[in-house]
Design a protein. Sequence first.
Length: 272
Amino acid sequence: MSILDNRPGLTAEVYKVAEVTGYLWQKGWAERNGGNITVNITEFVDDEIKAMPAIAPVMKIGKVLPYLKGKYFYVKGTGKRMRDLARWPMQNGSVIRICDDCASYEIIADEPVLPTSELPSHLALQNYLLETGSKYKATLHTHPIELVAMSHIKRFLKGDTMTKVLWSMIPETLAFAPLGIGIVPYALPGSIELADATLEAIKTHDVVLWEKHGTVAVGLDIMDAFDQTDVLCKAANIYMCARNMGSEPDGMTDEAMKEVQDVFNLPKKRPC
Ligand code: 13P
Ligand code: ZN
């Protein structure tokens, strides 16, 4: 028996996650257990799911997140591999319910797979998305090689320097990531400090880059969050290819970028 049985909507959403985790592995962004995913699945919850008991002891989130009360999430398991999740999503992830205290959660299905160690960051973002009435349901943390490499170079970490370089590599970057990439200085993986800094940075950016670690993106669904990361990583890849040919790339001119901004009427804020 699985929570996915006879629930085509929920099954489709979970298998979208499985498809994306396959891409993460193929791209080399998901070594071992690297990266994690959370999807708000509350819209698929029926009375039978609401009545499901906890199958593991209640756990603390480490933060109080008032907008998450009674919400349900599919979450990657800590220590689980993306490449395994691609084939067996319910053995490498679980469904959790946020308790009434808004500070703890319980696992309800299918197996007592402990959620990712980055749960504080994921849930802090999910809380913000609900607070702002956003339609975004998915959060993705991954280890994209080129973006992490750039985060080791000091000059890229100042203000919007990295965003400008990435935008200038190919017009689509500006079009699809008009808020750019926000930098979060290095913090311990899984820490509340990292979660708090990520939350601040995502308010004004499409994707957040954890210095010397990885990215965090939000999206309408997991495919969308993957695309946001992929668009920025592609630009970083182009930058490095040009550097490998022996030159600093020219980049699009400021006028060319302004033209893209104006013609496509790009948002200065994330649409809800
Ligand atoms: P988990 O296996 O706990 O999800 O951790 C992977 C990771 O990328 C931590 O930042
Ligand atoms: Zn990580």
